[in-house]
Design a protein around this ligand. Structure first.
Ligand SMILES: NC(=O)c1ccc[n+]([C@@H]2O[C@H](COP(=O)([O-])OP(=O)(O)OC[C@H]3O[C@@H](n4cnc5c(N)ncnc54)[C@H](OP(=O)(O)O)[C@@H]3O)[C@@H](O)[C@H]2O)c1
Length: 375
């Protein structure tokens, strides 16, 4: 029997307002190959905020509408609407990943009824989600929804960084915003797999988090001698690959420059073209929305700067690699890949102004989890 539930939606209008609201949705009965999942936990990741809040100016936040079903509204600068044309006027569901219990299933998926599953399917900030049975992962017996809610985005990305390193012929990694949820997972993987990792953070408190995990190289970008220390750490580890979550500003450039400086140290003779060492910087996040500055004349000529995204990696990696990665995540769900949440909120709470301001900060160790069952 069809059921109804709420979905958190983000709508950007031509007049430059962005509106967050809860919309009632009717879910059809599952087709033979589908399951209906009652969502019990869904993390708010930075990529979700990219869709949820988009280019909104947070300091313009205000509420509108009836008290029992309020909407949160923001202004968006006109200059930023141009790149958003494809979503103008569209009520967009949000939430990349989550976990829940299968409450109904088509004839071919009946064995999943009552099972707790996880999925990366979009529209997870909702009471229910209709999914293809092949797109859900059955969680190990007894797994709490909160433990299974975030098994895709950060764990698979952290594993994919190491896989990318191996495939592209590098032997060590530099990582920025390194005390993030993802960064802590990456450090644990690198320790287990014997991969040297140079972590870059922006506070001492973040350095402590990584050192407690067992990190050897943790550099604070705020230190006066940061660049010198970065070159030394790169020379020591041989890192020629960097993953940068920040994107804006010049930190990525500093890293490539330090890689070149480390490579030049080993050259017997000067070359006006710089070293022969190939250096790869992948920008995989947008924590800083400012333009990226590249001091390229300090890089030599063997370098590349590109974007990096998990889904294209999935397409390239092949089924066998993906299955092995997924298996490892499930086996180390509460250790290497454990996510900690600062607060669990209901769907309605996700629209309260002080809560929006808190999760929008994307601060270290302050990840929010949505449990629609809380209201
Ligand atoms: N490309 C992909 O496929 C992909 C996949 C997964 C994740 N990601 C990206 O991975 C990153 C980490 O995600 P997460 O869920 O692990 O994040 P998280 O746990 O929410 O942590 C965010 C971290 O970023 C830091 N940060 C925020 N703004 C910053 C800035 N302007 N400069 C430097 N540091 C800043 C925070 O430090 P403070 O406390 O100092 O603010 C915090 O340590 C995000 O950028 C996300 O979009 C990308």
């Amino acid at each position: 029997m069809a059921c109804t539930g709420r979905e958190l939606r983000s709508t950007l209008s031509e007049d430059g307002t962005l509106r967050l609201s809860l919309e009632q949705v009717t879910y059809a009965d599952p087709a033979p190959d589908e399951v209906l999942v009652r969502i019990e936990a869904a993390p708010i990741n930075p990529s979700d905020l990219g869709l949820l809040l988009g280019p909104a100016q947070i300091d313009t936040l205000r509420t509108e509408g009836a008290a029992e079903n309020p909407a949160v509204v923001f202004d968006v600068p006109q200059a930023r609407l141009g790149s958003m044309k494809a979503r103008l006027g569209r009520s967009m569901p949000v939430g990349n990943e989550g976990a829940g219990t299968v409450v109904a299933a088509g004839a071919d998926a009946a064995q999943l009824i009552g099972k707790r599953v996880a999925a990366i399917g979009g529209a997870m900030f909702a009471d229910y989600r209709l999914l293809k049975a092949r797109d859900v992962v059955e969680l190990p017996e007894g797994t709490a929804a909160a433990d299974g809610a975030a098994i895709f985005v950060n764990p698979m990305t952290a594993l994919a960084f190491v896989e990318t390193m191996r495939r592209e012929g590098h032997s060590a990694i530099v990582h920025t915003a390194a005390a993030s949820n993802l960064g802590q997972m990456l450090q644990k993987i690198c320790l287990a797999d014997g991969v040297p990792l140079v972590n870059i953070v922006r506070s001492e408190a973040q350095a402590v988090i990584l050192k407690e995990i067992g990190a050897t190289h943790v550099l604070n970008s705020q230190d006066a001698d940061f660049r010198a220390k970065l070159t030394d750490a790169i020379a020591e580890t041989g890192a020629t690959l960097a993953f940068d979550a920040i994107g804006g500003g010049s930190l990525g450039s500093d890293i490539v420059q330090a890689m070149e400086a480390a490579a030049v140290r080993t050259m017997a003779e000067y070359s006006r073209y710089g070293s022969d060492q190939f250096k790869q910087l992948y920008i995989y996040g947008a924590l800083d929305l400012a333009p990226t500055t590249l001091n390229r004349l300090a890089f030599g000529f063997q370098w590349s700067v590109s974007g990096w995204l998990l889904l294209p990696f999935f397409r390239k990696a092949g089924m066998e690699t993906l299955a092995a990665m997924r298996q490892r995540v499930l086996a180390e769900l509460t250790t290497t890949f454990a996510s900690r949440y600062t607060r669990t909120i209901g769907l309605a709470e996700a629209l309260q102004p002080e809560v929006v301001r808190a999760y929008e900060r994307k601060a270290t160790g302050e990840k929010f989890l949505i449990d629609p069952g809380l209201g």
